[in-house]
Write a protein that binds this ligand. Structure first.
Ligand SMILES: [Zn+2]
Ligand SMILES: [Zn+2]
Length: 332
């Protein structure tokens, strides 16, 4: 076994020449010539056509000056060896499996099943096809980690079965599914209207994110909130709107001589001087899925110092300002 060592010298030219040869000979003859079986897991994609990645790498080795082709049993293929090498050379080798479903995705799928009276759906269903399109637009799974079947209608249909067959009224055998499926299902059963509202807001947020601002990660994503990552991100994007913050602070100054945190009374200017003049953060008291897409009312915002703001968002569920005041009092 050469392991990955013989592959380290591979060049893009050699790989392309091997792919050309594959095209000329046809797959069967090519594999027989170099002594490979058909690939099961990884394919290198060129011009939309898939080639057995290990066989291509073995054959390409023979196109390096002074080298012979590597036979199947002479090196290990797959994720640790051939795939990273081919990717490094710029070839598209999609992963065998797609990343696991995250909460946002499961909320949307679960909502579909709930709307369908807790029956699972097939891949031809227009609602499944629509959700498949929506999931491809969610910004959380990097393109290079997506398999070629990433969230396609088939995989969405399978997810609806994972959810529906775990419903307490379902009498047949449950499909495998993940822990997050059961968690979200339980939340839907517990609070159908609230979870549906979250799903609707999420759907709307994906569909209307015209500027792609939600694709920019924010650093507050320590913890997964009930509403999922996208709405969490949207919450922070809104709070950081400079214009909104200026309006709120202006409004606050009508009733107060100086800007200060409404929870702990911290005054940036008193501590930092002119640099902290009229500075504070603003926080939305109403969660996004409850407020919907309506224009933010200044009354829904409160003025906070950075520390208090961070503590509110540190864990899910987020604290109300009154709860945070309670923590401060308890410590005092
Ligand atoms: Zn504070
Ligand atoms: Zn906030």
């Amino acid at each position: 076994m050469v392991g990955g060592m013989g592959l380290a010298d591979l060049t893009a030219d050699a790989v392309n020449t091997a792919i050309d040869e594959y095209d000329q000979l046809g797959g069967e003859t090519f594999l027989a010539k170099y002594g490979f079986g058909p690939a099961r897991d990884y394919f290198v994609i060129r011009n939309g056509k898939a080639y057995d990645s290990k066989a291509i790498a073995g054959a390409a080795h023979g196109y390096l000056p002074g080298r012979a082709p590597l036979r199947a049993d002479a090196f290990s293929g797959g994720r640790a060896t051939v795939v990273p090498r081919l990717r490094l050379l710029g070839f598209h080798v999609p992963p065998h499996r797609s990343p696991a479903w995250i909460r946002d995705e499961v909320i949307l799928a679960c909502d579909l099943v709930a709307q369908n009276d807790w029956h699972y759906m097939d891949s031809e269903d227009p609602r499944v096809i629509e959700l498949s399109g929506l999931l491809q637009r969610l910004p959380f799974h990097p393109v290079e980690l997506r398999s070629d079947t990433f969230r396609n209608p088939n995989s969405v249909a399978r997810k609806t079965a994972d959810i529906a067959t775990h419903h307490p009224d379902y009498t047949g055998a449950a499909t495998k599914g993940g822990a997050i499926d059961k968690e979200v299902l339980a939340e839907f059963l517990d609070d159908p209207a609230g979870m549906h509202e979250i799903a609707e807001t999420l759907r709307h947020a994906i569909a209307t994110d015209v500027v792609g601002q939600l694709f920019t990660p924010v650093d507050d994503e320590d913890d997964e909130v009930k509403e999922g990552r996208l709405l969490q991100r949207q919450h922070f994007v809104r709070e950081r709107d400079k214009k909104l913050r200026a309006q709120k602070i202006g409004d606050f100054l009508k009733a107060h001589p100086r800007v200060h945190c409404e929870v702990c009374a911290f005054d940036f200017e008193a501590t930092y001087g002119q640099r902290g003049h009229q500075y504070a953060e603003v926080h939305h008291v109403v969660p996004l899925h409850a407020s919907g897409e309506t224009k933010t009312k200044l009354a829904d915002l409160i003025v906070l110092c950075a520390n208090c703001h961070r503590m509110i968002h540190r864990y899910s569920p987020w604290l109300t300002p009154e709860q945070l005041r309670g923590l401060l009092r308890a410590q005092a």
